[in-house]
Design a protein around this ligand. Structure first.
Ligand code: SF4
Length: 63
């Protein structure tokens, strides 16, 4: 299974929470979070990052 990970740049407020819990998949760039990898083969901390994002800017799609 492959999952596409993305961050909505317009919605992200740059709080850094996703990076704190899941630095393997998220990093900060220009004050916003970005997905380090466009897709992953298994979900690990990505769902936790999605659940703690205060503005629901993280999207995980099954492909
Ligand atoms: Fe942006 Fe959400 Fe990550 Fe905070 S948790 S940096 S708002 S994507």
């Amino acid at each position: 299974m492959v999952f596409k990970i993305s961050v909505n740049k317009e919605e992200c407020i740059g709080c850094g929470s996703c990076v704190s819990v899941c630095s393997e998949s998220f990093e900060m760039k220009d004050g916003k979070a970005i997905a380090k990898k466009p897709q992953v083969e298994a979900l690990d901390c990505e769902e936790q990052a999605k659940s703690i994002c205060p503005v629901n800017a993280i999207k995980i799609e099954e492909k």
